[in-house]
Design a protein. Structure first.
Length: 134
């Protein structure tokens, strides 16, 4: 099926819908699994860099200790800010990232049981969750 159907016609992720979600919630923070993709799509649509998108744990840990991200999230939650993420709700595809192991258990300390949005993709749904303290 993949060989005879053009790949550009299949939606494996819903990054465009996630970007719309971020645009629709400018006062809330969003921890994007694909930080660069969401930030670039946001910039392309608005002409400004997003101030409400935070780096995903896997990207963040390349540049700073994960405890810094955890501290930032905890501080925002204590101030009553709303935080969303798609880090645990993305469709799994075979890639170098998934083979190396994407999950580091970062969100185990948070409650992600509140599903805010579900976007249809070619395979699985792409979910957005609200981040809350356990």
């Amino acid at each position: 099926f993949y060989g005879i159907y053009p790949n550009n016609q299949l939606r494996f992720t819903a990054d465009d819908k996630v970007t719309e979600f971020v645009l629709d919630h400018p006062k809330d923070k969003f921890i994007a699994a694909e930080t660069a993709v969401i930030s670039n799509m946001y910039y392309y649509q608005t002409g400004i860099s997003p101030s409400n998108v935070l780096a995903a744990p896997n990207y963040f840990q390349l540049h700073a200790p994960l405890i810094d991200l955890k501290t930032k999230i905890d501080s925002l939650l204590e101030k009553g800010k709303t935080i969303y993420t798609d880090c645990t709700g993305r469709p799994e595809m075979m890639s170098r990232e998934t083979m190396l192991g994407r999950s580091n258990g970062f969100f185990n300390d948070y409650d992600l049981s509140d599903t805010i949005a579900a976007f249809k993709t070619y395979g699985e749904k792409h979910y957005v969750f609200k981040v809350s303290k356990k």
